[in-house]
Design a protein around this ligand. Structure first.
Ligand code: SF4
Length: 399
């Protein structure tokens, strides 16, 4: 655990915070793209330690949160079918569809199973030759290689009763969508380190140039995030708009070539609906024609499902950084992790769940209250001590 502890060092955090304060001269809005980064920022109170000039807004990088309601409803419809074994990562089981979640489908008799890898499904398929095994393939570029590999392997091994329900999304089109939205306030991005570990950052370079926006590929630990913010702030103050890499211990410019090849062999780009946002052109993956026999959407003819988001939920605006969880009237009242109305309250990486789980409450610990934590000498010091893990207990979750 020593390696992780070093990325939570109180002394280094204070140095980075001091450097950020020295750097910024005017207000800047920076978006962290990834839900794992949002989780760390809220958990460690990093947003409340920053100088008031830096506003962090939370992006659409939680894979569970952005999986469209329609995709979830289709998954539920499939999981209810007799003869289907529906496999999913555990975090999708509590995500609400239009009527209930996968736990309820399971309680009503659906054969819903949690797997830790899509490759586990191939074993399930072999053990159950009389059934159809379907895996719910969601997520960003990070999960796509393993999901693609499961299809590749199924074909190689001659497993004919396995398919995937694809709802993959990709990051750069979502960033483009945010930058082109009329009310956009985002001036710099912290790129998702794990996505770039797979894809590299070549795709971000045209984005940075076209929209004149700094993008810093950033990790997930407190020091990663503070350093990423510092790098972004320096670019903003200097008037630069480059792609920089804070997460050099995990990311290289070209990403992971083998993982990228695996994705490209099995998937191709397609338009994709994002929960709460709508359809973003060329923002998803679908199976290539040659893998149609492994495409659950084609095998089971589940088109035509019409879904409607709960009217009270503003998660689409939260996912675009246009609103904060505390702006939602349902936050902490009719919407809690026990009774989630929207996906951003269900997933551990969702902004609403992070705010709720780490004690943010309206009128108390909101972002607007943050300056008081850094305005008085010594207060920020105390907060850092409370937020980080100087004792090295390793009590903090990592992404
Ligand atoms: S608090 Fe609940 S209802 Fe409000 S935006 Fe978040 S998930 Fe949606």
């Amino acid at each position: 655990m020593k390696y992780v502890d070093e990325f939570r060092s109180l002394a280094l955090a204070n140095k980075l915070l001091a450097e950020i304060r020295r750097t910024v001269t005017r207000p800047w809005v920076i978006m962290e793209v990834c839900g794992g980064q949002t989780h760390s920022i809220v958990k460690y109170g990093l947003d409340q330690l920053l100088p008031p000039e830096i506003e962090l807004v939370h992006g659409p990088g939680c894979p569970v949160c952005v999986t469209s309601l329609e995709s979830i409803d289709r998954a539920h419809a499939l999981a209810r079918r007799p003869g289907v074994i529906f496999c999913s990562f555990g975090d999708m089981l509590r995500v609400p569809g239009s009527s209930g979640d996968l736990f309820q489908v399971k309680a009503q008799g659906g054969d819903v199973r949690v797997v830790y890898s899509p490759l586990d499904c191939l074993k399930v398929a072999r053990e159950n030759p009389g059934k159809q095994v379907v895996f719910f393939a969601i997520g960003f570029e990070t999960t796509a290689p393993a999901n693609a590999m499961s299809v590749w392997q199924a074909r190689a091994l001659g497993i004919g009763n396995y398919s995937i329900l694809v709802s993959h999304v990709t990051v750069p089109p979502a960033m483009t969508c945010i930058l082109e939205s009329p009310g956009n306030r985002v001036q710099a991005f912290l790129g998702a380190g794990h996505v770039c570990a797979v894809m590299g950052w070549e795709e971000y370079e045209p984005l940075a140039a076209r929209y004149r926006v700094p993008i810093v590929v950033t990790g997930f630990e407190p020091l990663d995030l503070l350093e990423g913010i510092l790098m972004a702030a320096r670019q903003l103050e200097d008037g630069r708009h480059e792609v920089e890499n804070q997460y050099a211990r995990a990311v290289v410019r070209g990403g992971n070539p083998e993982a990228r090849r695996t994705i490209a062999r099995v998937f191709e780009p397609c338009d994709r609906a994002w929960r709460g946002i709508g359809v973003i052109p060329a923002s998803g993956y679908r199976l290539r024609e040659e893998f149609a026999a492994y495409d659950a959407a084609r095998i089971f003819e589940i088109e035509g499902i019409v879904s409607r988001e709960p009217e009270a939920c503003i998660s689409g605006l939260v996912l675009q950084g246009a609103r904060r969880p505390l702006d939602c009237p349902a936050f902490g009242t009719s919407c809690t992790p026990e009774t989630p109305l929207g996906a951003t309250m269900v997933s551990a990486e969702g902004a609403c769940a992070a705010y709720y789980n780490y004690g943010r409450r309206r009128g108390a610990d909101s972002q607007s209250a943050a300056p008081r934590l850094v305005s008085a000498p010594g207060v920020a010091e105390t907060k850092v001590e409370a937020s980080l893990d100087p004792a090295g207990t390793g009590a903090c979750a990592t992404e």
